[in-house]
Design a protein around this ligand. Structure first.
Ligand code: NAD
Length: 258
């Protein structure tokens, strides 16, 4: 007897191919783990090739990895072409790699500013453009960018100008690409997480007073766990969000509602 389709099937990614940048750890890895559980074939893309390979092995046969620096145009184009040809196309891009250099603006060198711009803003554009080239050919695809509450907020707990500037750019790039590619069948959305318990905030976690202030400025009184962000990314990537594009979904315990 044929199995009845479930109402929840719209939240699955069976048979879809997904590339996840910054997939070796943190939010990217939690997303990869959820995507494989949802039936997707995933490719972890990370500048840290060793960690990405180890993570892919841990995720089982639906996962593989490739080294990629998202700020390198030539490498991005080559890697996305290779994914599309070896996997028979590309259905989902999670544009998630990101870095932060938290220091006073007057002490931020142009080189440091530029590195954050290259990874967080240019890297998101390069990967979206390379993925879209394949998705537009098939007339379908979903892109989910990882923005941040700092794409909407000036922060205040410590200086982080290049991060805030580039995450603000990711928010509006999400809207602009959603509009540009809607007729081509590509949905483009983003998540805007609050502080998430990953290596990314390792240096903040050693400062108990700062962590207390982070809890105090968050209505729900805690930071997020990586899987809580992954859940939102899966929704936006899945057919369940078929009519959702250009949206930035805050996963922030109420931070931006204040
Ligand atoms: P993480 O540091 O745990 O993981 C980031 C991954 O990106 C790492 O594996 C790293 O090797 C990879 N990476 C860095 N530069 C790269 C490059 N040039 N090319 C390819 N890969 C690169 O961080 P995370 O917390 O999982 O963050 C993922 C995303 O979420 C980032 O865009 C970050 O800005 C965003 N974010 C994080 C938080 C947080 O508090 N952790 C909050 C809001 C948004």
């Amino acid at each position: 007897m044929k199995e009845q389709p479930s109402l929840l099937d719209a939240f699955r990614l069976d048979g879809r191919v997904a590339a996840i940048t910054g997939g070796a750890r943190g939010i990217g890895l939690a997303t990869a783990s959820l995507f494989t559980a949802a039936g997707a074939r995933i490719v972890l893309l990370d500048i840290d090739a060793e960690a990405a390979a180890k993570a892919a092995t841990g995720l089982g046969p639906l996962a593989s990895s490739m080294q990629l620096d998202v700020s390198s145009e030539a490498d991005v184009n080559r890697v996305f072409d290779e994914i599309a040809s070896t996997c028979g196309g590309l259905d989902v891009l999670v544009n998630n790699a990101g870095i932060a250099l938290r220091r006073a603006s007057t002490e931020l060198s142009l080189a440091d500013w530029q590195r954050v711009v290259d990874v967080n803003m240019t890297g998101v554009f390069l990967c979206a453009r390379a993925a879209a080239a394949h998705m537009l050919r098939r007339g379908s695809g979903a892109i989910v960018n990882t923005a941040s509450i700092m794409g909407f907020s000036g922060g205040g707990l410590y200086p982080n100008i290049s991060y805030q500037a580039t995450k603000g750019a990711v928010v509006n790039m999400t809207r602009a690409l959603a509009v540009e590619w809607a007729a081509g069948g590509i949905r483009v959305n983003a998540v805007a997480p609050t502080w998430v318990d990953t290596d990314f905030i390792g240096s903040l976690k050693t400062q108990p007073e700062l962590m207390a202030r982070i809890r105090a400025v968050t209505p729900m009184g805690r930071m997020a766990q990586p899987h809580e962000v992954a859940n939102a990314i899966l929704f936006l990537a899945s057919p369940a969000a078929a009519m959702v594009t250009g949206h930035v979904l805050a996963v922030d315990g109420g931070f931006l509602a204040q």
